[in-house]
Design a protein around this ligand. Structure first.
Ligand code: BGC
Length: 730
């Protein structure tokens, strides 16, 4: 991946002073908080010069003249009118400040959350909200007022290099979780984006990939995830993506930016480009791009002076610049970054680390547990831990979302990058599973073998009460995994250890799904994703049962790449200057819907995850009419406390046949023998098909099958309801 230019960091005491040069309210009437944000924006806009408006619509990733902190992007404010600069940082897994040329400095560090897939696997919007609020607060305390968060691209391919940042394959789950995270960020008066709009669903040659898809299917899949995230989170900005959609770059795509986002969704915020995603002045401005971000990443600056010329020559309507500036300013007023600017102060380190641990504990998925091998007893005498650098920490994903964790990385492994002189770095967060396991089993002799030599590892496992293998799959922005197999001969390592010890547990730290040729040889499998700042402690708590595993898969684990719509990742072998098409022929049948349509058996289905206790569903009562409402009872039938994710699926008639969709879920924490009656009301769009010609959702009247299930492949109760034919606004 291409590195960001090295950014210079400086510490600041208070940014409040730079934000709003205090002026009496009668001189700056837009500072009157009683006015609505649009009125305030109009008042200040009326006082701005053309040059000031133009400067608001171009961002840079260079050090600003008054720069005191590191950033991903910077947009100068209008100090004479009390408008602060936009100080932008990545992103959704913690405040991500890239290392500087003088190395890692303590002020670059932030609390590292587990990956987006881990949070999505919690199926708990409250966790996503708390994560967002935590990052928002840390961003604020570091002096930022914009977080480039809210990544909600659908996992159309399990190998995609940024899936770990996203929230899985289902539009309802992803949109709900990411929407909650955005709301959390903005609760701290920091603007959040939602990104990358749209169809940036693979990383391989992402800037030259032309995504082709049926437009109705797009509305029912990727765009539905964005629509739900925007409705729930109300992000201040939408970041358009690197790729092309239907032959047109996303940042100059009028269908996406104007027709859908503005006219159909009435989005009031601004559209900013991804860094290096702008390719024109007139077309981008006319299509709906409001701000060129990181313009130093584009082949040249397209807004700024070129926009000035295009406005003067009438190629871009004169009012367009006011609209761009209005959208930015109204958002700054609406989200409080002017009234309540960031103040630099120390982070709430302990509380934030607890949040990171809680998020990981809620997102760990137990995939296999033969003979109740887990939870482990604290009285074990010999535990062999193997591989994954588990002595020092837990793996994290690479790219712009990379957080430098508090305390500095536990381990950094550098790799040469073909495209750049700066190496890619694999970072481990400093939370050692070995130490956490030793704390959980105080009487045990805990050994560690690095796993490089399978025979030595097997020898260390032989005779131990249990062997725990940590297996890692590293993913980084800008590249996709070439395969679903674990790298570096880890399959052979696991097989060798499993042959030596019947009580072998595999803990996966992966960016997404991997294949498991050894599945039937091992006793237990735990998917820990990228576990974050306190990952070691969270994993040990699940292994030893202090926490019940309540995560469920937010995406399908295929048995092999042959089951995927595109076994070969498109665009691997294209010339450096050529665009290439990705034919998303599966349309809206993403993930489990594809597996249903093709009647394929996955390795583990969407929604799947075990618990240390058992649950039963009874009394499903579903009613129809305009939409589905369902009521049922969940009972914990086991002996331990635990949380269940009860999932509701509906089979919907579509142009390409019946499609089963997740239409709701509820996560219920229950004590042993406890029962709770819960209800789910279905968003009617999930029962509908999108009618492109009439720009509306349409529900076909008829009888719909409803299933209450523990995963996409395990329905427990069923009902049929009659749904009325109807149309819904776009
Ligand atoms: C990424 C964005 C990120 C931006 C700024 C881009 O390369 O795609 O997700 O927010 O850089 O760092």
């Amino acid at each position: 991946m291409l590195p960001k230019p090295f950014l210079i960091l400086m510490t600041g005491l208070s940014l409040a002073a730079t934000a709003a040069a205090a002026a009496p309210a009668d001189k700056q009437p837009w500072m009157n908080r009683a006015l609505n944000p649009d009125a305030r924006a109009d008042l200040v806009l009326a006082r701005m010069t053309r040059a000031e408006k133009l400067s608001l619509v171009v961002g840079t990733s260079h050090l600003p003249a008054d720069g005191r902190i590191g950033f991903a992007g910077y947009v100068p404010g209008v100090p004479r009118l009390g408008i602060p600069p936009l100080r932008e940082t990545d992103a959704e897994l913690g405040v991500a400040i890239p290392p500087q040329h003088d190395g890692i400095r303590p002020e670059d560090e932030a609390t590292a959350l587990p990956s987006g897939l881990a949070t999505a696997a919690s199926w708990d919007p409250a966790i996503a909200f708390a994560n967002g609020a935590m990052i928002g607060e840390e961003a604020r305390r570091k002096g930022f007022n914009v977080l480039l968060a809210g990544a909600v691209n659908l996992a159309r391919d399990p190998r995609t290099g940024r899936n770990f940042e996203y929230a899985g394959e289902d539009p309802l789950l992803a949109g709900t979780m990411v929407g909650a995270a955005i709301k959390g960020v903005e609760s701290r008066h920091v603007i959040s984006t939602v990104k990358h709009f749209a169809l940036n669903d693979q990383e391989t040659n992402r800037t030259r990939a032309d995504a082709r898809i049926d437009p109705a299917a797009l509305r029912e899949s990727d765009l539905l995830a964005f629509e739900i995230a925007i409705e729930r989170g109300r992000p201040g900005a939408v970041m358009c993506s690197y790729n092309l959609v239907d032959g047109v770059h996303a940042c100059e795509n009028g269908t996406l930016l104007d027709q859908v986002l503005r006219r159909q969704w009435h989005f009031p915020g601004w559209v900013m480009s991804d860094w290096g995603a702008v390719h024109s002045t007139v077309q981008a401005a006319r299509a709906g791009l409001d701000q060129e971000s990181g313009a130093d990443w584009d082949s040249r600056v397209y807004f700024g002076e070129p926009l000035n010329v295009a406005l003067a020559e009438g190629e871009v309507p004169a009012a367009r610049l006011d609209t761009m500036a209005h959208r930015i300013l109204r958002t700054m007023f609406a989200l409080g970054v002017i009234d309540d600017p960031p103040r630099v102060r120390p982070l709430a380190v302990a509380a934030d680390a607890r949040e990171a641990q809680r998020a990981e504990e809620a997102g760990i998925v137990l995939l296999r547990n033969q003979g109740n091998l887990l939870p482990l007893s604290p009285t074990l005498r010999r535990i062999a831990v193997i591989g994954g650098h588990a002595d020092v920490g837990v793996l994290s994903g690479g790219g712009s979302s990379q957080v430098i964790p508090l305390g500095g990385p536990g381990l950094r492994i550098e790799f040469a990058d073909e495209e750049s002189s700066v190496p890619d770095v694999m970072n481990f967060d400093p939370s050692s599973p070995v130490r956490a396991i030793a704390r959980a089993a105080p009487r045990a002799r805990v050994t560690f073998d690095d796993g490089h030599d399978p025979e030595a590892a097997a020898a260390s496992a032989r005779g131990a009460d249990v062997a725990i293998v940590f297996a890692t799959q590293w993913q980084i922005e800008g590249a996709d995994a070439g395969t679903l197999a674990l790298p570096d001969h880890q399959d052979a390592l696991i097989a060798a250890v499993a042959a030596a010890n019947p009580h072998t547990i595999v803990v996966l730290e992966s960016g997404g799904p991997v294949t498991m040729p050894w599945r039937d040889q091992v006793g237990a499998i735990v998917e820990a994703w990228y576990p974050g700042q306190r990952g070691g402690a969270a994993i040990a708590n699940v292994l030893f049962g202090a926490v019940d595993p309540s995560g469920r898969l937010p995406l399908t684990f295929p048995a092999s790449v042959d089951q995927l719509p595109r076994p070969e990742i498109p665009g691997r072998e294209v010339a450096w200057n050529a665009t290439f098409s990705i034919n998303y022929g599966e349309g809206a049948a993403v993930g489990y819907k594809w597996f249903d349509a093709k009647q394929l058996t996955p390795l583990y289905p969407f929604g799947f995850g075990l618990s240390y206790t058992t649950f039963r569903y009874t009394g499903l009562h579903a009613t129809g009419g305009k939409t589905v409402t369902a009521r049922f009872t969940v009972t914990n039938t086991g002996k331990r406390a635990g949380a269940d994710v009860a999932q509701l699926y509906a089979t919907v008639p579509t142009a390409s046949g019946a499609m089963r969709r997740l239409v709701g879920w509820t996560k219920v924490a229950l004590a042993p023998s406890e029962s709770r009656s819960v209800g789910i009301a279905v968003d009617p769009r999930l029962l509908a098909n999108f009618d492109v010609a009439h720009e509306r959702w349409e529900i076909v009247p008829g009888a719909y099958r409803i299933e209450l299930a523990t995963s996409a492949r395990d329905p427990r109760l069923q009902a049929t309801v009659r749904i009325a034919g109807q149309t819904l606004p776009p």
